[in-house]
Design a protein around this ligand. Sequence first.
Ligand SMILES: *Cc1c(COP(=O)(O)O)cnc(C)c1O
Length: 366
Amino acid sequence: MKQVPFLDLKAPHQELQAELDAVWARVRDSGWYILGPEVEAFEQEYAEYCGVRHCVGVANGLDALHLALRAMDVGTGDEVIVPSNTYIATWLAVSQCGATPVPVEPDPATHNLDPDRIEAALTPRTKVILPVHLYGQPADLDPILAIARRHGLRVLEDAAQAHGARYKDRRVGAHGDAVAWSFYPGKNLGALGDAGAVTTNDDTIADRLRVLRNYGSRVKYVNEVQGWNSRLDPLQAAILRVKLAHLDAWNARRVEIAALYLRELADCGVRLPQVPEWSQPVWHLFVIRHPQRDGLQQRLAEAGVDTLIHYPIPPHRQQAYAAQGWPEAAFPIAEQLAGEVLSLPIGPHLSPDQAQQVVAAVRAAH
Ligand SMILES: *Cc1c(COP(=O)(O)O)cnc(C)c1O
């Protein structure tokens, strides 16, 4: 029995070996090792890809979220609406501004922020709504943007898992006031190390971000504000330029695998992801649910199928947020999802045979 890896991180880079080797030589010989032409070229190409005016490269996805909130003037005493079932980075970015993450439960059908629950969580301190396009599926942005407009709030999207996803036929990246991206190696568009970016149509936010990421400086040795060192590395930018050209084809391969899973696992006792008609997900993860998840994961492991859990402990139950003192039952949907979700192998280099092995294993194991 062959092992099906959860995600083959080497294969995309072996496929592009010649192009990636050329990138290294080009950056080495350019004489630019901080910001400069590769970073600017990637920013322009990714902005074009997203159909948005500005892209500002930063060091990682957490910084993209954090600095975008700073660029929106979020600070001490402010509140930001976040999903109760996201990766902890979404919350940490808010906390790093001195602001308070205010969790709102997801729609359990889509795992994304439930717009109908947002208004009950708003207070006079609320400044931003921060939906996450979890697992590569867009959150329901139109009602979220309408609530924000009604209450004079900003919308920052966490698109770390959604490169290329479409909401109502338009690519994620230009709907809200700003959109934060991670290019962590395992994402749909991943660097060979840490990298991130913010896209926005707002000239002021883009301008502030360029200053905040670079020591608060626009002109060398002139510091307007106390900024950060969070610059996109030019070598990573050059690698991302190569991989961006393959993103759509690789996402299409994920869509094929997801279609196979949805078809072949339709009647076998596991709960499958639901896709609203306005959503074109890019399947960063293919997440099923089962009430006896741990047993299912064990049986799949015995059948050679690697799986992961995204995420086993919701942020409000992490020790990092213990001081907040939320009661155990505060966010029951997040708790239930954390106990039931299981991510099956998916990725552009998962072969048809491997996908069939996953299907057979789930059908035998549920
Ligand atoms: C990966 C991820 C981040 C953080 O990205 P880093 O580049 O690892 O800092 C933020 N939010 C979500 C939803 C993520 O999946």
